[in-house]
Every structure is written in C-alpha cells, then in structure tokens.
Design a protein around this ligand. Structure first.
Ligand SMILES: C[S@@+](CC[C@H](N)C(=O)[O-])C[C@H]1O[C@@H](n2cnc3c(N)ncnc32)[C@H](O)[C@@H]1O
Length: 269
C-alpha cells in the first residue's frame, strides 16, 4: 500500500494531471486523495502505466476515458475526437437559438455524441438526430447515449445523405463541428493531436469542403425558419461567409472567448 500523497508528490507530471489519473484509477474523490488514502498495489501499477503513457504524450482524456462537455460527461477513446471548449461554446450558442417547443436538431459529424447529447440533456422535448460517416465513432456515441439515458437517433452515412429523407424541410437546426483542417496543415498540428486523435475527424480537403457541401445541400433539409450553426477554423470566417453568400445564404460569424472567429450561423436566403 502507498499513501496517495506520496504518489501525488512523486511524479514528473503536473500535480493536477497526477490527481486526475489517480482519480481515474481509484475512483476516489479529490478530497480523499489530497487528505491521504491508501492506494493498493494494482491501482499503483495501473497509475504508473497511465503516467508513462501521459509522459509519452497521450491526451489525458483518453487515459481517463472521459471528457466533460457542458452539463454532461462523455466516454472518449481514440476512435473519437476529444470535445473542445470551443465546441461547448457552439452548444451554448445553439441552445440560445433553438425555438421553444418540440423541434428537430441534426448534429452532423457527431463523434462522441457530445453536441447531440448535451442538446438532448438540456432540451428533452427536442428530437435529436446524430449522424457520422464512421460506424466505429457511432458505437461510442451510442454507448454515451445509453450511459446518459438520453434518446437520440443515430444515422450512419456521408454528410446529410445519412438522414432519413422524411426529414427534408423539417429540421429546425443543423449543428455541426465538421473536419475543417486542411490536408496541408496536418503536419503542423501538435503531436499530442496528430499522433493520437483520429485524422478523419479533423482533416478534409482544403478545410472548407464540408462548408461547400453544406452551403449546397443544407437548405433542402431545413424548415422555413431553420438555421445552420457550425464551428469554423479561426482563419476561415471570410471564406466561409463567401461560400454561403454565393449559395444565397445570409450568415454571420461570431467569436470564441479569445476573440477569434469560430462560429457560423446561417439561414437560407
Ligand atoms: C471535428 S469531429 C467532431 C466530433 C464532435 N461533434 C465534437 O465536436 O467533438 C468531426 C466528425 O465528423 C465526422 N465526419 C467526417 N467526415 C464526415 C462526413 N463526410 N459525413 C459525416 N460525418 C463525417 C468524423 O467521423 C468526426 O466524428
């Protein structure tokens, strides 16, 4: 047996990371760990293995197996992107734009299901459809929906073609955090991202491909007052507005907490 305080003090990792890994391994609260508790031999071995992997650059959330997203926590593993704080802001923005009363929201490229499930959590009266091109990703979203006891429709397919045709003209909001990094930018990403997170969740063509597809196709799925809310790359605001304007949409860009262009909201003209 070791005292948790000895393990907390004896790692090369930052203290908050050691604490999170110890919590993942023991299931104990922060207070119990900081106050000093016995850590069993097996737990210590598991903790040491995780610490080695963390020192080698694996994202903390994959090691913990969970990520916080707004009001919920989702399971994550290397099949899915780790939800980002900007995407929580997209969720917040979207919640503020949803009409009162029952309506339908599509989360395109759902990954862990974080956006879809946080919408359903906050608004149980909304029908939420979560789509992704990857069957492996949808397994994670399905697991998260079950664990959280939230009912969302999962659809497998490429872009909006995954949706049930009966939804045409009936979707009040299309919400999406699509892959928006250009193939040419992949090598410049931090190795913690490049070596561990799924490339297919991040990269698509020149980074603007999914916005072009949405500008061409999304209006057919939206109801007359429907809106598209999408995350964009910090340098893509102008290009994305121009893509949507050319397709006849009226759009607006808003910023994240650090003042960078990050979100597109658009309505068919
Ligand atoms: C940036 S991740 C977003 C994941 C999650 N919504 C989030 O915000 O954490 C993009 C997701 O889009 C999916 N995707 C990529 N290409 C797609 C396509 N053509 N059609 C549907 N989904 C796609 C990926 O599998 C991935 O899960």
């Amino acid at each position: 047996m070791d005292d948790s305080r000895v393990l907390l003090a004896g790692s090369r990792l930052p203290a908050h990371e050691v604490e999170r890994l110890l919590r993942a391994v023991t299931g104990a609260s922060r207070t119990a760990l900081l106050g000093g508790m016995a850590v069993g031999r097996d737990q210590k071995v598991r903790f040491r293995r995780l610490a080695v992997r963390r020192l080698a650059g694996e994202p903390l959330q994959y090691l913990e197996g969970t990520a916080a997203f707004g009001p919920i926590e989702v399971r994550v593993d290397p099949r899915v992107l780790i939800p980002r704080p900007e995407t929580e802001q997209l969720w917040d923005l979207a919640m503020g734009m949803l009409p009162a009363g029952p309506c339908t929201v599509v989360d395109l490229g759902t990954g862990s299901g974080c956006l879809a499930l946080a919408v359903k959590h906050r608004r149980p009266d909304v029908r939420v459809v979560a789509a992704d091109i990857s069957a492996a990703v949808l397994e994670v979203a399905c697991l998260n929906a079950r664990r959280l006891g939230l009912e969302v429709d999962l659809c497998h397919g490429d872009g909006l073609a995954a949706l049930d045709p009966a939804l045409r003209g009936r979707v009040e909001m299309i919400l999406t955090n699509p892959p928006y990094i250009a193939e040419s930018e992949w090598e410049d990403l931090p190795s913690e991202v490049r070596d561990h997170e799924p490339r297919s969740a991040l990269v698509m063509g020149d980074g603007l491909d999914m916005y072009r597809r949405l500008a061409a196709e999304a209006a057919h799925w939206l109801s007359p007052d429907g809106v598209l809310a999408a995350e964009i790359g910090a340098a893509q605001g102008e290009a994305v507005v121009s893509i949507f304007a050319q397709a006849g949409w009226e759009s607006e860009i808003s910023q994240d907490l650090s003042g960078r262009d990050r979100f597109l909201t658009a309505r068919p003209g």
